[in-house]
Design a binder for this molecule. Structure first.
Ligand code: ZN
Length: 134
């Protein structure tokens, strides 16, 4: 029962929200930990991870659309790679999350899902899941 797992994800658009809840729930369950915490970490500077509604896909579409409105792709940024908008979105959304494990399950609300957030795709990406008992 390992308490660490890595996943890969292939994104298909420049910006994209991918529901990774089931992979994380399975990784957490595989540890056998009934009470503890689960950390999800995205080791990239132009991607992130967040929790939000997974019932209506328009919610993540709206988040994506409004992040683009707040942080345009081209706004006179200095970073020569041309993807400063993605770096800024990554910092705003954040690279990691902590979810409580209680009674052998992730403590998530009925409408909550965990999303890998791509801000500079398409790319091959990865994320790590570490669970700790306590
Ligand atoms: Zn860059």
């Amino acid at each position: 029962m390992p308490n660490y797992a890595e996943f890969t994800v292939r994104t298909s658009k420049r910006t994209q929200f991918i529901d990774i809840t089931s992979d994380i729930a399975r990784a957490a369950a595989d540890t056998g930990i009934t009470d503890g915490i689960c950390v999800i970490h995205v080791p990239h500077t132009t991607a992130g991870v967040t929790i939000n509604e997974n019932a209506d896909p328009d919610v993540t579409r709206d988040i994506d659309m409004h992040l683009a409105a707040i942080i345009p792709e081209h706004a006179g940024f200095r970073h020569s790679e041309g993807n400063s908008d993605a770096h800024i979105k990554s910092s705003l959304v954040g690279p990691s999350l902590t979810v409580i494990i209680h009674g052998g399950r992730l403590v998530l609300g009925t409408w909550q899902g965990i999303y890998f957030c791509e801000f500079d795709g398409p790319r091959n990406r990865r994320y790590a899941v570490k669970c700790v008992e306590g």
